[in-house]
Write a protein that binds this ligand. Structure first.
Ligand code: 5AD
Ligand code: SF4
Length: 445
């Protein structure tokens, strides 16, 4: 079969990266091979993200570029077939065909398993096909069991969607209701990835710690139970999970951080704001004190636990005093890294219709917050200098003879060494210097 070329552009979170890989795995049995050059492609998939800022504007400008390629150099039968996937596809739906009639297919995050069928129909001269169904189980049942291009550190989606309805967030609308994959289905996927060389698995979900999948006897298993089940796979060396909500950090999950040798001592636990007033307005369902309590408990079972978080500044109603409470949380917890964003009103969410904070105030607060976060990140990294850390080596570095891996605390670590000896292995590294976002080290033995 003559190979056709596929170009996928991915925006947004790890979940989208996972989905893009699965879309590739869906199309490859139909003769599609990845290309890095959009101009060469027969099929382009734009996997979109709707979480912040002008997502749809970015998408339309990307679509415009592909239209130009089609207009410029292609005869009709050579035109790029254009598919929009992801959360903007879900949110905009038919509107996309109105604004960009040259788009052929729109699929939502829960219905991209129908891509091969939709693309085949496009080749039979149908157009403007749309699939936005929310039958999550159907998707996972129809995805191929085979993964191509397995990485040392691989991702597995275990939970999707969200029932929390934070006042700023589109996820409950674009990804739909919370859904957990069955335990054995996840186990088979992890086993397959590990057999193909993965050493670390990150369990993914918009609310991954709300995981409540069923085992083969119909019992409901929580995330701690899933981790206990997976860690029995002998050649699986490291387990991580992301992203968690504080209200789902139950005892069982906290305790497993103290028990499991394979679960890494790093947790991304978004708090969003340090002000109880703003947390309430955000509908986060917990206070700053409850967050501190979770962190204390985690540190009591795993004293070297590193923490990361997400913050939003300039949420409607946020005063200077509220913002100071956020800075206070950052100073008290001493995060190892964090993400921070200016609040961006998302159409259809409750906070979007509230009185908004001026852009310049948001920008000024973000600068102050990011300065503090960077200070802490650098301190965290500097404190590692002189220590021995087990590093899982994942890829060659930018420079000749340099290999890069990850510490248990998710820091990038660079060493000089032979990649054929290091890649895919966990090796003790003595840390010799620290930068803001990475460490350098040497292999001692
Ligand atoms: N504006 C700014 N940041 C947002 N996030 C989610 N929605 C918004 C929004 N409307 C951030 C949150 C979340 C992360 C994935 O993106 O901090 O944890
Ligand atoms: Fe969005 Fe809140 Fe759900 Fe996270 S918990 S996906 S921020 S609604």
């Amino acid at each position: 079969m003559a190979k056709k070329k596929l170009f996928i552009k991915t925006y947004g979170c790890q979940m989208n990266v996972y989905d893009s890989q699965r879309m590739h795995d869906l199309m490859s049995p139909h003769g599609y091979q990845t290309t890095d050059n959009m101009e060469d492609a027969d099929l382009v998939i734009i996997n979109t993200c709707h979480i912040r800022e002008k997502a749809s504007e970015k998408m339309y400008s990307e679509l415009g570029k592909i239209k130009k390629i089609n207009d410029r150099q292609r005869s009709d039968e050579k035109k790029i077939v254009l598919a929009v996937a992801g959360c903007v596809g879900q949110a905009e739906g038919e509107e996309i065909f109105k604004r960009a009639p040259y788009v052929n297919v729109v699929v939502g995050p829960q219905s991209y398993h129908s891509l091969p069928e939709l693309i085949a129909k496009i080749h039979r001269n149908e157009n403007h096909l749309i699939e936005l169904d929310f039958v999550e189980e159907a998707k996972f049942d129809k995805l191929p069991e085979e993964f191509s291009n397995v990485k040392t550190s691989s991702f597995v989606s275990v939970q999707e969607g969200c029932d929390k309805f934070c006042a700023f967030c589109v996820v409950p609308y674009t990804r739909g209701a919370e859904f957990s994959r069955p335990l054995e289905q996840i186990y088979r996927e992890v086993l397959h990835l590990v057999q193909k060389g993965a050493k670390e698995i990150t369990l993914l979900g918009q609310n991954v710690n709300a995981y409540h999948g069923r085992d083969s006897h119909g019992n409901i298993i929580n995330l701690a139970g899933l981790i206990r089940f997976l860690e029995k796979i002998p050649t699986l060396e490291r387990i991580r999970y992301v992203t968690s909500h504080p209200i789902d950090m139950n005892y069982d999950l906290i305790n497993i951080h103290g028990e499991s040798k394979k679960l890494m001592p790093f947790l991304h636990l978004p708090i969003q704001s340090g002000s109880n007033k703003i947390l309430k307005a955000m509908n986060r369902k917990h206070t700053r004190e409850e967050y501190f309590e979770i962190v204390d408990k985690l540190l009591s079972v795993r004293p070297d636990m590193a923490l990361s978080s997400d913050f939003i500044v300039g949420f409607p109603g946020e005063t200077d005093r509220d913002f100071e409470d956020t800075i206070d949380v950052v100073k008290k917890i001493k995060f190892s890294q964090c993400y921070s964003f200016k609040y961006s009103p998302r159409p259809g969410t409750p906070a979007a219709v509230k009185a908004q904070i001026p852009e310049d105030v948001k920008a000024a607060r973000l600068r102050v917050l990011q300065d503090e976060i960077q200070k802490q990140q650098f301190n965290f990294n500097k404190n590692c200098v002189g220590k021995m850390l087990p590093v899982l080596f994942e890829k060659d570095g930018k420079f000749d003879g340099q290999v890069v891996g990850k510490s248990p605390y998710l820091q990038s670590v660079h060493v000089k060494g032979a990649s054929e000896k290091l890649l895919g292995k966990i090796i003790d590294v003595r840390i010799i210097s620290a930068l803001l976002t990475s460490l350098s080290g040497e292999i001692v033995s």
